[in-house]
Design a binder for this molecule. Sequence first.
Ligand SMILES: *[C@@H]1O[C@H](CO)[C@@H](O)[C@H](O)[C@H]1NC(C)=O
Ligand SMILES: *[C@@H]1O[C@H](CO)[C@@H](O)[C@H](O)[C@H]1NC(C)=O
Length: 262
Amino acid sequence: MFPTSTALAAALATMLVGTASAECTREGLLAAASSYVAAITAGSTANLKLAATNFTYMENNKAADIKKGVLSQPLKIDLNRSTADTVACASYTMIISSSGSKPYVLATQIRHPADGDTSTISVIDTIAATTGSLFFNPKKTLGYIQKEDWSTLAEGNRPSRELLKKVGDAYLDMWTDAKAADSIPWGTQCERVEGSQYTNPCGGQLPRGGSAKNNGMRRYVIDETVGSVDVLCSFDSLGSLPDSHEIRVEGGKVRYVHTVTV
Ligand SMILES: *[C@@H]1O[C@H](CO)[C@@H](O)[C@H](O)[C@H]1NC(C)=O
Ligand SMILES: *[C@@H]1O[C@H](CO)[C@@H](O)[C@H](O)[C@H]1NC(C)=O
């Protein structure tokens, strides 16, 4: 009798939680991300399942017309990699297109309705670096990123969601909080790729406060399976720059940092 009522309570709790926010599937999130990669290749939004009402497109931290931005021309893709956040029902995709007349490095977050329907896209939020952006040299960036290992981490090697969020926040806080840099668990093997600027090891030459303005507008995509946190933000410490910071944590330590800054 007791197990039965417990099971009933659990089923009821699932239903109640389900109406507020259902977990999205990893497969669904990655399928939507892959539809975005295909749309970038085609230069067309025709095959994207955008929400009929209430769809939001953001480019470089501003609401924009999806047909007039990055998706208005086909791009040849050299590299794409996506992560999935089943709790936030969102994905993150990095795309490098180095060879066209308008080269790009894109950092894109895609969000879905809270009911867990990954076949509907409610938000596409992209930081689009191109010629003139900070340290922009997509061929160099490609060379560094291609060499990285982003394979799925073994269960015992995965950071928690809480740690990833903390590391992402601490990184962005380094410009305003003198103590933030030393709170980050730097790996001895750690590489930073900021635009096309390469730093190894990561833990040297870090900011230790000094700016009055905190980096704002933070949007997160966290994927424990590959140890990734991506934060899109307005880099207000240095002047409201549209920015993406992605960090990979392996075995509790920071392994890679990527920044895409416009
Ligand atoms: C529209 O989007 C806003 C912001 O994402 C959300 O709060 C609201 O619930 C959405 N409305 C509908 C009808 O989906
Ligand atoms: C995106 O990345 C996947 C996995 O590496 C690859 O199989 C696919 O061909 C890439 N897509 C494009 C358009 O380059």
